[in-house]
Design a protein around this ligand. Structure first.
Ligand SMILES: *Cc1c(COP(=O)(O)O)cnc(C)c1O
Length: 408
C-alpha cells in the first residue's frame, strides 16, 4: 500500500466510525447483529401447558403472576441488596397496607406458620432459637391448641418448631386444655364452617389466658378486606400465601401481626441459620410481594368478579345445548372465593363419569384441569374460572361439550 493511500485510510476511519454511530439507532450499534431467537423452554423441556379451571393448587403451579409482579422481579434481580433491609422496608409497607404492626415475607403460608411458631416460642432469646425444635428442658412452652376440624394437613407446620398439638372440639375442651405449657391457640380460617368455635370466641379465650393466637388465611385473600380483617380482629399473627388469590410469587407468603412476634420470628429465618434457614426467599420475590399486595388492594375487584361471572355464563349457556347436562354457579365462602361451576349430567343419557371426563380433559389437547364435585356426585365435575386467561372459557366449553356429546 502506498503511503498516500494509508494516510487516506487513516483519516477516513474516524469519519466512518462517526457515520455508523450517527446513522443507526443506538441499540443496533451496541447489540449483536441479529438477536438470538428467544428460547421456548417449555417446548425445549417437553412440557405441556395446562388450562387451569381447577384451583390454586401446587400440583399445577397454582397461579400466574401479572406483568406488574413479573416486572418487579426482573427489575430488582440484578442488584445486590441487604436482605434484612429488604425485609424491613417491604415488611413495613405490607404491614401498613394490612393494618398490622409488622410483617415479613416468608416462603409461603406453611413457612409463615413455622416461623411464627418459632417466634412465639423463643421471643428474642437467641439461645432458645438455637435449641429449636427441641423444647424439653429449655423453659420454652410446648403445646398448641387447635380444633380438630381445622387440622387438614397444613397444621403440621406448627410441629416443625417442636410443639405438641392438642386437638379440641368445643370451647370448653379448649379452655380445659390450657395449662402452663400452652404456647399458642391456632385457627384455620377455611375451617370456620365446620369448627364449633368461631373467631371471636377463640380470641376471647386466648385473651382470658393471655395467650398468643395465629390464624392461617392462606387461600382466603378474597375478599380483599381479609388482608386486614384478622389483624383488626386481634389475631397476633396472620399467615397467608403470596401465590394464591393475590397472584404473587408462588414460593412466597406473608407473616404479619405483632411487632415483637415478627421480630422474634425473623431470628429463625434467613439470612440467619435457625430452623427456617431452608425457608429462603430472595430479594426479588420479597419485593414482588410488596407489589403484589399493593396491586391486589388497588384492583377493581367488582370488575374482576364481573369478568368471572361472564366466563361462567359462557360455559353454562354453551352447555345448554347438550341434552341431559345441568349446571349451577355457586360461590364457596372460603378457599378461593369466586363464581364456581358445578357441571353434572344424567347418567342414563351420558355414559361417562366425572372422573373419566377429568381424565379426558387433562390428557386432551389442550390439557385442561378441573375438579371432582365436592359433594362427591359421580357424574359431574367442578370448574373454576378465575385462573383462566381471557378466552380460555371458550376452550373449556368446547372440550367439555365434545367429550359429553361423544358418549350421549
Ligand atoms: C394452601 C394452604 C396452605 C399452604 O400455603 P403455601 O403458601 O403453599 O405454603 C396452608 N394453609 C391452608 C389453609 C392452605 O389452603
Amino acid at each position: 500500500m502506498k503511503r498516500r493511500e494509508i494516510i487516506k485510510l487513516l483519516s477516513a476511519a474516524p469519519i466512518a466510525g462517526g457515520i455508523i454511530g450517527a446513522g443507526l439507532p443506538l441499540d443496533s450499534v451496541k447489540a449483536e447483529p441479529v438477536a438470538a431467537p428467544k428460547r421456548d423452554l417449555i417446548k425445549e423441556l417437553g412440557l405441556k401447558p395446562i388450562i387451569n379451571a381447577d384451583c390454586v393448587c401446587t400440583t399445577i403451579t397454582a397461579s400466574l403472576m401479572p406483568q406488574e409482579v413479573l416486572d418487579a422481579i426482573t427489575s430488582t434481580a440484578s442488584e445486590f441488596l441487604n436482605l434484612d433491609e429488604v425485609q424491613d422496608k417491604v415488611g413495613a409497607k405490607i404491614a401498613e397496607m394490612c393494618h398490622a404492626e409488622a410483617a415479613t415475607v416468608t416462603a409461603g403460608t406453611f413457612s409463615a406458620m413455622v416461623l411464627g411458631m418459632a417466634g412465639v416460642l423463643t421471643g428474642m432469646d437467641t439461645n432458645k432459637v438455637k435449641q429449636l425444635p427441641f423444647l424439653e428442658g429449655t423453659g420454652m412452652k410446648s403445646e398448641v391448641i387447635l380444633q380438630k376440624s381445622h387440622a387438614d394437613g397444613y397444621h403440621a407446620a406448627l410441629t416443625h418448631a417442636g410443639v405438641k398439638l392438642i386437638f379440641v372440639e368445643t370451647f370448653e375442651e379448649a379452655e380445659a386444655a390450657i395449662n402452663d405449657k400452652t404456647a399458642m391457640l391456632w385457627y384455620m380460617n377455611k375451617g370456620t364452617a365446620t369448627g364449633k368455635v368461631k373467631h371471636a370466641e377463640w380470641l376471647a379465650l386466648a385473651k382470658k389466658y393471655n395467650l398468643p393466637t395465629m390464624i392461617d388465611i392462606a387461600s382466603d385473600a378474597n375478599p380483599v378486606e381479609n388482608l386486614w380483617k384478622f389483624n383488626d380482629m386481634g389475631f397476633d399473627l396472620v399467615a397467608l400465601s403470596g401465590g394464591k388469590a393475590m397472584r404473587g410469587p408462588q414460593s412466597a407468603g406473608i407473616l404479619m401481626g405483632k411487632k415483637n412476634l415478627i421480630a422474634a420470628a425473623r431470628l429463625s429465618a434467613p439470612p440467619r441459620t435457625g430452623i427456617c434457614r431452608g425457608h429462603k426467599v430472595n430479594k426479588e420475590e420479597i419485593i414482588a410481594m410488596y407489589v403484589t399486595v399493593q396491586r391486589y388492594i388497588n384492583l377493581d375487584h367488582d370488575k374482576e368478579w364481573k369478568i368471572w361471572e361472564d366466563r361462567a355464563a359462557v360455559i353454562t349457556n354453551g352447555l345448554k345445548a347438550v341434552d341431559g347436562v345441568s349446571t349451577e354457579v355457586f360461590v364457596p365462602p372460603f378457599n378461593s372465593r369466586s363464581p364456581t361451576l358445578n357441571i353434572f349430567w344424567d347418567s342414563n343419557k351420558i355414559k361417562l363419569t366425572g372422573a373419566q371426563l377429568r381424565e379426558k380433559l387433562i390428557n386432551g389437547e389442550p390439557a385442561i384441569a378441573v375438579k371432582g364435585m365436592r359433594d362427591k356426585r359421580t357424574h359431574g365435575i367442578e370448574a373454576t374460572v378465575f385462573l383462566l386467561k381471557p378466552g380460555q372459557e371458550d376452550i373449556v366449553l368446547r372440550r367439555i361439550k365434545e367429550e359429553l356429546q361423544k358418549t350421549s
